[in-house]
Design a binder for this molecule. Structure first.
Ligand SMILES: Cc1cc2nc3c(=O)[nH]c(=O)nc-3n(C[C@H](O)[C@H](O)[C@H](O)COP(=O)(O)OP(=O)(O)OC[C@H]3O[C@@H](n4cnc5c(N)ncnc54)[C@H](O)[C@@H]3O)c2cc1C
Length: 478
């Protein structure tokens, strides 16, 4: 006889900051779980940009539950106001957490999830679906493995599915062919990738913090190797937006990034193309000719480009969910309720209010509620994400709601783990609340991830952890 669904472990997909925060919550709750991580190590995506200094300080970067589990081992928290490099976050907090005895058996590295479904049910079949365990198919050491779970927390991030150079959301014509000249993400311009950029004409595409980081590093390189040329292009014609909140930014380091970039532009150290929509990349004599249209719709090109750094953000990989019943916002690919709250056409850093399970769960269109989005309320925004938005630093208290099924929990009873911002008393603190398994329920939700909205957004009342991070489509945490 197969194991009843209620006795199955919870599956956490991805061991980034959010996945580890989820694990910490599950450990606290005494719920069995496993984590499947595609990379060689926890924090694999952060290690991709290990050299980048985060704009949120330590105090906001490590989940309270992670800290609580680490402290008894003698772990000493770094100075809460220091800004870590992304790599330091992995080495000093995430890796020690991964080495805890509670994590050792649960963590499966080099295990890439390729799909999630309901055991014995294709997408169409309804009767009895609610009782069917989730089945998670993954590739480990070149072999297919399948694991069963009572609930799934998707914390796979968006980092691995970058947006293209092409302005229409499609790769520019010729973009694939020019791939060897394009770096998607944030290269280590002053370190590992120095030779690739020194003395070259480099075009940085994108209006977010990743682009800013790249440009500032290139400017430093240009001081050392003056023949290095910097070109920057953004789709938006409004240049003020791309420089962010400046002195008014809720996170000073993030504001400083925008200010430094503005200064760089003002000095004429880079060629700035606002409102350029790139349509085509042509290879000519080992260089790239970048073609597009300007803000007036007139043809414009940039020639002689050696390298492109594409920092146009990321989007979720929806392929693993294709056999699940999810209902997505048609352009943000978030849950429907969340879309309007984080729509970058309306919002920028600082204007997204905190949100929780109501916005992050799917309507009851089937047995799955918010399999992906509930845990990454911001990360799925095409161009934005944030530690806090994913769940890191979620803090919060683990409350039990036994025998009670508040609407919040009810909405999630299918097994997707849920959380909620809750205020304790009229003037109380805002906290993340975790829903515990109720004795009678098929699968009761437990919560994990924080429900942050946008970089620098403060929850009403006093937030726990970082002011909820980032997500303006073109100008936030990407
Ligand atoms: C340059 C840069 C600077 C940033 N600075 C800040 C900052 O200062 N403050 C802030 O709050 N946020 C910042 N962010 C955003 C922050 O890094 C992300 O929000 C955060 O890493 C999200 O955590 P996550 O766990 O959701 O995703 P990730 O860190 O992307 O982790 C996802 C994990 O899932 C794994 N994975 C992916 N797909 C699969 C699969 N199919 N199967 C198994 N495993 C899988 C990955 O290998 C990875 O380990 C920054 C982002 C960038 C790019």
């Amino acid at each position: 006889m197969s194991t009843p669904i209620t006795q199955l472990p919870v599956a956490v997909l991805g061991a980034g900051p959010v996945g580890l925060a989820a694990a910490a919550k599950l450990i606290e709750r005494g719920l069995p779980f496993f984590i499947l991580e595609a990379g060689e190590r926890v924090g694999a995506n952060l290690l991709d940009y290990a050299h980048v200094r985060l704009f949120s300080p330590w105090q906001y970067n490590v989940d309270h539950s992670v800290v609580k589990l680490l402290e008894p081992t003698g772990w000493v928290s770094p100075n809460p106001t220091d800004l870590p490099l992304a790599g330091e976050l992995v080495e000093r907090a995430m890796q020690p957490f991964a080495e805890l005895p509670q994590m050792r058996e649960a963590l499966h590295l080099r295990t890439k999830v390729v799909s999630v479904s309901r055991e014995g049910f294709d997408k169409v079949k309804s009767a009895g679906r609610d009782q069917a365990p989730f089945v998670i198919r993954a590739i480990r050491d070149g072999k297919v493995v399948e694991l069963r779970a009572r609930a799934v927390i998707d914390s796979t991030g968006t980092w691995n599915t970058p947006n293209p150079v092409g302005a229409s959301g499609l790769p520019a014509i010729g973009e694939r062919e020019a791939a060897s000249h394009i770096f998607y993400g944030i290269p280590d311009v002053l370190g590992t990738h120095r030779a690739r950029y020194a003395g070259k004409k480099v075009l940085v595409v994108g209006a977010g913090h990743s682009a800013a980081n790249g440009l500032l590093a290139l400017a430093e390189l240009a001081k050392q190797v003056p023949s290095t040329q910097l070109v920057w292009s953004v789709r938006t014609p409004v240049s003020t937006r791309v420089f962010g909140g400046g002195d008014a930014d809720a996170l000073p380091a993030r504001g400083a990034l925008g200010l430094s970039l503005r200064r760089l532009c003002d000095t004429g150290a880079l060629e700035f193309n606002a409102g350029l929509r790139i349509t085509e990349l042509r290879q000519e004599g080992g260089k790239l000719l970048v073609e597009g249209v300007d803000r007036n719709g007139d043809a414009k090109h940039i020639d002689g480009v050696d390298e492109i750094i594409c920092a146009t953000g990321q989007r979720p990989d929806l392929s693993p969910t294709s056999e699940l019943r999810v209902k997505l916002d048609s352009w943000l690919e978030s849950t429907e309720a969340l879309g309007p709250l984080i729509d970058p056409n309306e919002h920028s850093c600082g204007t997204v209010r905190p949100h929780g399970h109501r916005e992050l769960a799917h309507p009851r269109v089937g047995p799955l509620h918010g399999w992906r989005e509930e845990l990454r309320p911001c990360a799925h925004v095409p161009d934005g994400n944030g530690l806090r938005t994913g769940s890191l630093g979620g803090g919060g208290d683990c409350r039990r709601h036994r025998g009670r099924r508040p609407g919040a929990a009810r909405a999630a009873r299918d097994g997707c783990l849920q959380q909620q911002w809750q205020r304790h008393g009229r003037r109380g603190k805002w906290r993340f609340v975790l829903w515990a398994p109720a004795p009678t329920a098929t699968i009761e939700p437990v919560a994990v991830a924080s429900a942050g909205g946008s970089c620098g957004t403060k929850p009403r009342g006093k937030p726990i952890g970082i002011p909820v991070a980032a997500a303006a489509k073109a100008g936030c945490c990407s």
